[in-house]
Design a protein around this ligand. Sequence first.
Ligand code: OAD
Length: 240
Amino acid sequence: MHAVREWLRDASSIAVLTGAGVSAESGVPTFRGGTPGTPGLWKQHRAEELATPGAFARDPKLVWEWYDWRRSLIAEAKPNPGHYALAAAEARARKFTLITQNVDGLHELAGSRNVLRLHGSIWMLRCLECECEREDRRTPLPEIPPRCECGGMLRPGVVWFGEALPAKIWQEAEKAAREADLFLLIGTSAVVYPAAGLAPIAKSSGARVVEINIAETGLSDSIDEFLQGPSGELLPQLIA
Ligand code: OAD
């Protein structure tokens, strides 16, 4: 912990990758469990069975019910001390890029500014016909699946398994990882690529990599420091 505090203070460029674990203490369930009370399953479906173009094509109502449920939880959620600590770290840092796989917008609510959202936003809806995009924060949605004025079906504005990440955002994330001298990997199971590849990119470009998680991941053995515990408790201690 002490060494990491020094690395944070001395770093000239910090990049952070967050996953669902940072929002767990805000009451947003993670995808793969690991949090008491949030088994990572919804009606016995795994995320990989719902967050795909194929699942949506087969059963848009089921997929939308899942997203409507997550939207209603996120609408009630507030940033936790971990989100606020990251915003405070950004305010103090010379260069700071927060890369997130989360679609809940809680980092921005906590005051983070330089945020790269790899997986989109749960509040954005995109029409499958005319491809227009709009923000819609209503929960529950009045109609499921929701429809565009053009009559087309709307889908969640998030990235699904098997879909490409937004190219420009990914390029910026890769660049931030390459240029960082300190990389923090927080609350992610690090199994979903390409996001999970960012820590190895940072490491091989010379950065120190620190992981914060309640449990070890497949990357824990190849990093500089593993801090075990909830990010909502450890981050404020690190960034006091
Ligand atoms: P996961 O649900 O796969 O992993 C959550 C991680 O957070 C696990 O490693 C937990 O041990 C850890 N964790 C839980 N509570 C924590 C806490 N309080 N403090 C610190 N760590 C905690 O979530 P992601 O890694 O974000 O993608 O999943 C990646 C992607 O898979 C998501 O963006 C989503 C999902 O399916 C798509 O929908 C495309």
